[in-house]
Design a protein around this ligand. Structure first.
Ligand SMILES: Cc1cc2nc3c(=O)[nH]c(=O)nc-3n(C[C@H](O)[C@H](O)[C@H](O)COP(=O)(O)OP(=O)(O)OC[C@H]3O[C@@H](n4cnc5c(N)ncnc54)[C@H](O)[C@@H]3O)c2cc1C
Length: 302
């Protein structure tokens, strides 16, 4: 859809998309919830000892992702230039609001659940194709994007570190050039989907002088989770739950080819903000929807 679409046109498009999306959830996803009702109700059955989802639930989430992708919903907010549906920001907010208003929180196969932020129905920058992939190299476009768009593979967003949260310029992960490769060392923390991701967008300092002046110097690399020296073994429990989809990533002399750069060298801060801005919109839409869901339930009760 063009950037010049009127507000009414976007509302109409969101409504038409939503009708199909809600039908998809009702027919393809709710039966899975029913099938796994016992497991979903008990975190001791839902998570393995290492904090990851038990295999049958992880596979069911994968099947939802693939079906949603095939039906045209999973990558609907990703830009058309990379093979997504190209729905504009306003549609993104309207659709997320309506999705969460209908289904509410705690739905592991639909969206934000007890301990999971990622949705297998709708991709976002924390797990799937997003605006962050605009202007990628041919290598990423050919090797990585098809799997992400099809819902077969996922990515995670590796920015936060033990000593760098709100203060992104305090990143300590470093990437040093060695011929056609970069060598990355550092630790990432609170990374959603890290325990499951096939690839990680890792933010690292490539020019310490620029980074110290807050003028750039951070780059974003797409690292494969199977790379030697890459480890995402630690799953973080969150308050009130035995696990979550957040994890830690350690990078110990991880080598990545220079054609796995996302965006321009030293301009990774902007790539990160592209992802976070999209995420803020989706979270805002979903939170409004969940508030409405809670209000609807309250009104029903009284
Ligand atoms: C469930 C969950 C999922 C997450 N997923 C991801 C992910 O996928 N990828 C990723 O990279 N990160 C992720 N994060 C990390 C998240 O982005 C950070 O938690 C966030 O950036 C805040 O950083 P911090 O937790 O280190 O808090 P801090 O930066 O230490 O902030 C702590 C408090 O201090 C305040 N504060 C900080 N700096 C200042 C200042 N200069 N002046 C005044 N007050 C200040 C803050 O507002 C806050 O209240 C996730 C976090 C959570 C909890």
């Amino acid at each position: 859809m063009t950037e010049t679409a009127t507000r009414e046109e976007v509302h109409d498009l969101a409504k038409a998309t939503l009708d199909g999306l809600l039908q998809f959830v009702d027919s393809e996803v709710l039966p899975l919830e029913e099938k796994f009702r016992d497991v979903l109700a008990d975190e001791r059955k839902l998570f393995r000892d290492d904090g990851r989802l038990v295999d049958e639930v992880a596979e069911a989430r994968l099947s939802v992702r693939k079906k949603s992708a095939a039906a045209g919903f999973y990558a609907m907010f990703a830009p058309e230039e990379i093979g997504g549906g190209g729905l504009p920001a306003l549609a993104n907010v309207l659709i997320l609001e309506a999705l969460y208003r209908k289904y509410g929180p705690g739905r592991l196969f639909i969206g934000w659940s007890n301990a999971f932020l990622g949705s297998p129905v709708v991709a976002s920058f924390i797990d799937g194709p997003s605006r962050m992939f605009m202007g990628v190299t041919d290598a990423v476009r050919n090797d990585v994007l098809p799997g992400l768009l099809a819902g077969e593979k996922t990515v995670c967003f590796g920015l936060t570190e033990p000593n760098a949260g709100s203060d992104v310029w305090g990143l300590q992960t470093k990437a040093v050039r060695d011929g056609d490769e970069w060598v990355i060392n550092g630790t990432k923390q609170w990374i959603t989907n890290a325990p499951y991701a096939d690839h990680a967008a890792i933010f690292a300092v490539t020019n310490p002088e620029l980074a110290a002046e807050h003028k750039g110097g951070i780059s974003c690399f797409l690292v494969d989770a199977v790379s030697p020296g890459y480890s995402a073994d630690t799953v973080l429990p969150i308050m009130g739950h035995v696990a979550s989809d957040c994890g830690m990533i350690t990078l110990d002399d991880v080598r990545v080819s220079s054609d796995r750069l996302l965006g321009e060298l030293d301009q990774g801060f902007q790539i990160g903000m592209l992802g976070i801005s999209e995420g803020r919109l989706m979270i805002a839409g979903g939170c409004v929807g969940m508030s409405e869901w809670a209000l609807d339930r309250s009104l029903e009760y009284v």
